[in-house]
Unconditional design. Sequence first.
Lengths: 378, 366
Amino acid sequence: MFKVIDKSIINADEMVLNMGPQHPSTHGVLRLRIITDGEIVSKVEPVIGYLHRCFEKHCENLSYEQIVPFTDRCDYLASMHMSHSYSMAVEKLMDVELPERVEYIRVVVAELQRIASHLIAVGAFGLDVGAITPFTWTLRDRERILDLFEMLCGARLLYNYVWPGGVSHDLPPNFIQKTHEFLDYFLPQIDEYNQVLTTNKIFIERSADVGVLPLDVGINYGVSGPSLRASGTSFDLRKDEPYSVYDKFDFNIPVGEGLMGTVGDCWDRYYVRVLEMKESAKIVRQALDSIPSGDVHEALPKKIRPKKGEVYSRYESARGDVGFYIKSDGKNIPQRLKMRSPAYCNLSVLNEISSGWMISDVITVLGSLDIVLGEIDR
Amino acid sequence: MTSIVDSLFNYISFINIDMNILLLFAIVVPGLILFILMALNVMLSVYFERKVAAFMQDRLGPMEVGIFGFKGGKKFWGGIGQIFADTVKLLTKEDIMPANADKFLMTISPFIIVIGALLTFIGIPFSDGLIVSDFNIGILYIIAMSSVGVIGVILAGWSSNNKWSLYGAMRSAAQIISYEIPIGLTLLLIVIVCGSLQVSDIVSWQANHRWFIIHSPFTFIAFFIYFISVIAETNRTPFDIPEAESELVAGWMTEFSGFKWSIFFMSEYANMLIVSLVASFVFLGGWLSPFTIINVFPHNWLIFDGFYWGIFWLLSKAIFLVFVMMWFRWTFPRLRVDQLMYVCWKVFIPFSLANLFLVTIWELIF
């Protein structure tokens, strides 16, 4: 509806506006250097590194087991995904065959974690456009998932649950029943979010047609995850390169359809996440119904000392394609560890899709990309 | 008894003193009463808003601090002591000013805003005759005084020496000035129908005829245009663009703290009460009982009308409208600044102009 920068009509000086690192809606300690012309933004330059913890260098001095808690702290809203993807890389490096039960438990916790992470994304996006109540509702429901995780491993945010070769604890006795109860409660809540936020006229005005990410631009910038799928592709590693036991489950990949505006706008990026929560719930139910019995510590290696070699493994986290590259020289510490951060690539597209819009829209676009600074800065 | 100032003159006229002292007395006493009223209003409204927000968000809100034998707990009055705790905290807080701020303007800007709100109260009735001064240009005065605040907002934003404050102030100025127009046009419509600018005349017209909200389809539309416009004028969600906390940190209030910030808060909630009271006495029959609409009760006492019931009805209507504003705030997202201007200039102003034209025809015919 509104995208005007016609320098011939308005000839005004530009102002540099510093957004962050202390700002309510930069989702952490992100600093945005915005060049504005009045309310209209002509350039957005993300300045990152305020949360840099030398994760990759640090890993070169830690044994493989000790790295797991550090991966948890990368994407602190989806810790299970991070430790899962790291563990997958180590297992690939060591050629460990995992018991079925471990894979099923990992899928269950990963999909629950995806719901929890998307709940934050959906709620915080509402907060970014000014709706405060949906955020508290989504946090309320996320709390129940955290309770389940607490039951599972004692931790609520940083779990250290998925280890190379297994998981730290087996499922508690009534975990399956409790999870079913949660899903029964949770699925109707999604309709409630849709009523209060998704179909709200003001919300649609604010997010539809705003910050449209064309598919080719997204692919060129390396955008992945829900943010790319909203632009109209069904690229999802769970379907395209099935890892773990994802090929045994029946689920769909929600794709942005441009229901309220253009394909790939903020509304689509938001709504893809809402739909993905439903799909994740579907996967959790299937996995819980068919979970085999067995020992979760069976394949756990006593000492992780992989052979010389290198490995790259990909994983579909809540934010996109997480990649772990590990190079081993035969010692018990990796020679080099590199992590491909999805949120980092997703953030890089910010200038492309939000310049020419207004300051409020920069916030909307940033919220719809769903970044986590812990993972961007590493 | 027509107004508080008149009755004060009546009561103390037997004392033979200088007219100037008498006048001073008549100014100071209502002023103090209004100031206390505003302070009470902000304390109770903030508590009310926190509780309303909490119950909408599946929380409990303040529930720890009890006072005067009221224990904390899950009930609606569970944290009533929070009112006093908040007040003491705000008043004793350090007053921080940025080093490069314009100190003089930054000091006076909160007071300009609060004086705008305080002066508006002079023309606002609370019941039949319970008004500081019932002069013949009441509505015009209210509209004029409620736009004084924007000067304070611009000064606050400019003097803070902060880009966010400046953005907030500029947005606020544009917004308040734009929304003055539909507010003025809808109130003008009422003035045309009842033929007077005086507050008591407007209500007595409604007593003799009908409440304005059900008087004609055009006054019905005018009520909603007025109500939505005043939400924008008081900077409440979905029009809280000047202080949009997710974009502009806190808008023009960013650099203010402690006492000055509490003054801003006071004027914000006072403005909410003012616009709700104006909506109540202009459109919803003021101090008239709702039972007068139906007019089926045989006896007068069943109608619950009169001076004291008038206070109850007027405040009930106003507090209900305040509640609706809070309800909006905790339900709706925020509009963008261009969409806000679109709503004002391309929807409300043409509609209220057409409304104004049509209501004159309606009045000629019926």
